[in-house]
Write a protein that binds this ligand. Structure first.
Ligand code: PLP
Length: 337
């Protein structure tokens, strides 16, 4: 197979955006061939190519714009959210651009990378130190958000787990984009954490492709689909509470992936497909393989997969074999090169 020709002369630059943040969306969609499943036509949407590096740019941007338009947010509003991950980064960037104050409530498990970036974007970090009754930090982070809401006049809690605008953002942006890019889909595999992406996209996909099967991908130890809570190490997928917005999602089935399979999924994506992606991408990739091994279906099938972020944030974990062994046991190993 030949690579596409690189254009011999560069196109004339035409600046159409005044900020990189305006380039959100219209991410590339590429097809993947899976050797073991030649009947699957996989369409993968590369959300790491959003300006802040993840799918969450869409939700953050949509919520802030909508709430500004309807007057719930103004120039004096303090935005508050509980996040140690991508939505924290995205809100920090968009709040900076819009000159809004942003307080990001995190816990001590936040990575140095995210901590640095959220602060460089100009947000205030508020750290929760004590674990909650479940042994995690989520409940205490949310309790701190509520305290701050009480203390600060004109504050706005983004509340990605319960804010229908979060899901609406994905319905109107990513969902619409995907439906314009493909003529037919049989399946969609979507990772779940706050439930925003799956709720928005599944509703939009069902409108254009009523027969599509939407498969939610969760991680062992996440309670979203009823598993017992257990310590999880890879962020971005799973949750220690059931997100309320997910009740509006159109989910046909779910599959739960082990974190070791997430890692093997990431390694296969980089080695076979040259895709350097985050943990939740490895999870959905592993989910496709597990699902079609469990339910073989030899007819040609068109499958959408969403890859939410890139691998850079995971170099000390998923992409560090020593960390993998220390975390999951000495028997764990990457496949031989
Ligand atoms: C890397 C990554 N993948 C997947 C998701 C899941 O998306 P959602 O929270 O919309 O369910 C998130 C959410 O934070 C994420 O950061």
């Amino acid at each position: 197979m030949a690579l596409a020709d690189y254009p011999s002369s560069p196109p004339t630059l035409q600046a159409s955006c005044h900020s990189v943040l305006e380039t959100v969306g219209n991410t590339p969609m590429i097809t993947l061939e899976m050797e073991d499943f030649p009947h699957l036509q996989i369409y993968s949407k590369l959300e790491a190519l959003n300006p802040t590096g993840s799918v969450k740019a869409r939700g953050a941007c949509f919520i802030l714009n909508k709430e500004s338009d309807n007057g719930r947010i103004n120039q004096q509003t303090t935005i508050i959210e509980s996040s140690s991950g991508n939505i924290g980064l995205d809100l920090a960037a968009y709040c900076k651009k819009l000159s809004l104050k942003f307080i990001c409530v995190v816990d001590q498990l936040i990575t140095p990378y995210n901590n640095m970036l959220i602060q460089q974007y100009g947000a205030t970090i508020e750290q929760v130190h004590h674990p909650d009754k479940n042994g995690g930090y989520l409940l205490n982070r949310i309790a701190r958000v509520k305290e701050l809401m009480g203390e600060i006049d004109n504050s706005y809690w983004v509340n990605q787990y319960g804010n229908v605008l979060n899901a609406n953002g994905y319905y109107h942006t990513l969902g619409r984009e995907i439906c314009a890019e493909v003529d037919h889909l049989d399946y969609a595999f979507l990772g779940v954490s706050s439930g925003g992406t799956i709720t928005g996209i599944s509703r939009r996909l069902k409108e254009s492709f009523p027969q599509i099967q939407v498969i939610a991908v969760d991680i062992v130890g996440s309670v979203i689909f009823g598993d017992r809570p257990r310590k999880r190490y890879i962020p971005g997928i799973g949750s220690s509470m059931v997100p309320s917005i997910i009740q509006h999602a159109c989910i046909d089935d779910f599959i739960r992936i082990k974190e070791t399979d997430t890692i093997l999924g990431c390694i296969e994506l980089i080695r076979r497909h040259q895709l350097f992606l985050g943990g939740s991408s490895g999870s959905v990739f592993a989910a496709i393989k597990n699902y079609f091994t469990q339910y073989p279906n030899p007819r040609p099938l068109y499958v959408l997969v969403l890859f939410p972020d890139g691998g850079e944030k995971y170099v000390d974990t998923v992409y560090n074999e020593r960390w993998c062994k220390d975390t999951f046991g000495e028997d764990f190993a990457y496949p031989p090169l």
